[in-house]
Design a protein around this ligand. Sequence first.
Ligand code: SF4
Length: 70
Amino acid sequence: MKIEIDLLTCKDFGECALSAPKIFKMDESGKQSLRLNTTASKVVFDVLEEERNSAEEAVIVCPMQALAIQ
Ligand code: SF4
């Protein structure tokens, strides 16, 4: 499965990292760590099938609706 994050919409609240810590992490400054590797506004990446439940929970809890499963 793949998950998409809209980094323009994301406001670094960090709920995704609490719900799916193996998928999302916050960096030392409290920013979504996926920002470190790109200047793109959207990032799509593979997630292990065994992490599906965590990924789905992150999509639900994100207050900005910045996440989508593809
Ligand atoms: S929960 Fe949503 S707004 Fe918060 S860091 Fe994750 S993707 Fe960004």
